[in-house]
Design a protein around this ligand. Structure first.
Ligand SMILES: Cc1ncc(COP(=O)(O)O)c(C=O)c1O
Length: 534
């Protein structure tokens, strides 16, 4: 290809190559734009005439005209009547230094923020594949989920949507109110943006459920729907703490909560536990804490229930210190023995004084329905709701309208309470199966020193916890189990930030595993571990 001869010409079309079969005008446009952006065509440089370039590239003149027109309309090139087309005065992109061409992996420099660095060291729980496994923890009996019922409710929602989505010219027109049945009006929600705080009907149902099942008297104006407990923890941390604050957290504790608690830049500090739960006596020595995160109904991951004495001490401490308590009641419905202890938020509401305002309560449908639903809630003082709703709106606007409507119908029509009872019965049966298979098969196969380390009592929840003497042993047991397809949650991965705790132990999620599979898996574990005992 000959360079185009012209006194002021700066474009050598030799570097331009056009692929047949693709838009020629687009290719010319893209290549010229690239040269302009990278400085190969300097500002004010004159472009060849359309005739010259068409000749050099062996394309029709119209093709070049189309490419130039696109460059002019985007502002890369200016046309001057009578004198031709010139590169516009624009900033060019800086070139990578010679020898440092960006590779796909190195292309983007890592951001230099504290949050970025913290996220680098956060190890989220592995995502769960399709295949259910013994003894994956954190899952309820997903095999008992009422698929057919749920899909009927979903189908009904969409049917009602298609009827109510008809365009009504005037919202108050008589024909509309007559044509829509009462049930349609009740269910009709817009597919447009909804209230960030959540569907009002669902918030009312949750408030009624909490007062009936957890003794927590609250109104719908205190309930904000969240994307699971995780978002509720993150929102509370963002709204109530800031850089420089310190937030106390049970140790060992829920790793994902620790990550969320640090989102505002607050430092998360460990608070030790004992057999009565969070050691309130240790709080004073930790200095000023803006907030304490706790799972009092059923401590995650050890399973300890916080004693009434400790609950009262914690409320008292929060009142004295003017600190917040974040109560994560993620699996409070699964209690197998005794009367469920009242949530801190309930006690706080009953206690005299102002400390009702100091406890925020978090619940989730993840352990009753399924975690992928991403529906949970945060209960906070009514006066805060408008601001918290703004925060939810800023983060991700709202939860899915369809899921909220179906969840509300599921609750309003009595299915939810029935399902909770069924899930609790199933978890109890699975716990009993686990304990008897452990006593019959696994425990006798252990060396004496490990047999002496009994499982934590399982009076609640979805998992068993077995304390171990060392992290080295924990790692060997987890690896040997994994080799035969059994998943165990090692405390080093499951609980707390790395700096929190050096305790060791194994978490066995039994609730998602049918009884026959629990027995089979424990027998398999006996064989997988036998070589380790020498
Ligand atoms: C302590 C704790 N909180 C909350 C959750 C549930 O989180 P989400 O509601 O975000 O699914 C879990 C799940 O494992 C948990 O262990």
């Amino acid at each position: 290809m000959d360079p185009i001869q012209h006194a002021s010409l700066t474009l050598d079309p030799a570097g331009m190559s056009l692929q047949p079969g693709q838009g020629l005008a687009q290719q010319i446009h893209a290549q010229l734009k690239d040269k302009i952006l990278h400085g190969a065509l300097a500002a004010s440089a004159r472009l060849p005439t359309t005739r010259e370039l068409a000749l050099a590239l062996q394309v029709s003149r119209n093709t070049v005209v189309r490419a130039y027109e696109a460059l002019i309309s985007e502002g890369f090139v200016v046309g001057r009547a009578g004198s031709g087309c010139f590169v516009a005065e624009i900033a060019k992109l800086s070139q990578p230094a010679a020898g440092k061409l960006p590779s796909p992996e190195r292309g983007a420099a890592a951001p230099h923020t504290d949050l970025w660095a913290r996220l680098q060291s956060f190890e989220p729980a592995p995502t769960v594949g399709l295949q259910a496994r013994a003894f994956r923890h954190g899952l309820p009996a997903l095999d008992l989920f009422p698929h057919a019922l749920w899909s009927r409710l979903q189908a009904r929602f969409w049917r009602e949507q298609s009827r109510s989505a008809l365009w009504h010219p005037h919202p108050n027109s008589q024909s509309q109110s007559q044509s829509q049945s009462q049930s349609q009006q009740r269910k009709a929600v817009s597919l447009s943006y909804g209230e960030p705080a959540g569907l009002p009907r669902l918030r009312e149902l949750i408030a009624a459920y909490l007062s009936h099942s957890r003794g927590l008297q609250c109104g719908a104006d205190q309930v904000i729907i969240t994307a699971g407990s995780q978002q509720a923890i993150a929102m509370a941390a963002l709204a109530l703490t800031q850089r420089g604050d310190r937030v106390g957290m049970e140790s060992p504790g829920y790793r994902a909560a620790a990550a969320a608690l640090g989102l505002s830049g607050a430092k998360v500090v460990p608070v030790p536990l004992d057999s009565q739960g969070l050691r309130t006596g240790a709080l004073q020595a930790l200095g000023r804490l803006a907030m304490v995160y706790t799972t009092p109904s059923h401590q995650y991951p050890t399973g300890v229930a916080m004693s009434l004495q400790r609950r009262l001490e914690l409320l008292d401490w929060a009142e004295r210190e003017q600190a917040w308590i974040l109560e994560d009641d993620y699996d409070g419905e699964y209690r197998f023995k005794g009367v469920p202890l009242a949530p801190l938020a309930t006690l706080a509401a009953q206690a005299s004084g102002n400390n009702r305002q100091r406890t925020l309560y978090i619940g989730s449908f993840s352990k009753l329905l399924f975690p992928g639903l991403r529906l949970g809630y945060l209960v906070a003082p009514a006066a805060w709701l408008p601001t918290l709703a703004k925060l939810r709106g800023v983060l991700d606007r709202q939860s899915s309208t369809a899921d909220q409507v179906v969840m509300a119908d599921f609750m309003a029509e009595g299915h939810f309470l029935r399902h909770v009872r069924r899930m609790r019965r199933a978890a109890l049966e699975r716990r009993d199966t686990f304990l008897s298979a452990w006593a019959q098969d696994l425990s006798p196969s252990l060396p004496a020193e490990l047999r002496a380390l009994s499982l934590q009592p399982i009076d609640a929840g979805l998992q068993a916890f077995w304390p171990l003497p060392s992290r080295a042993l924990e790692a060997r047991l987890v690896a040997a189990a994994a080799a035969v397809g059994i998943e165990l949650g090692g405390l080093s991965l499951v609980g707390g930030l790395p700096a929190h705790s050096q305790e060791a132990g194994l978490v066995f999620g039994f609730a998602s595993v049918p009884p026959a599979e629990i027995r089979r898996a424990l027998k398999l574990l006996v064989q997988a571990w036998r070589p380790l005992w020498g």
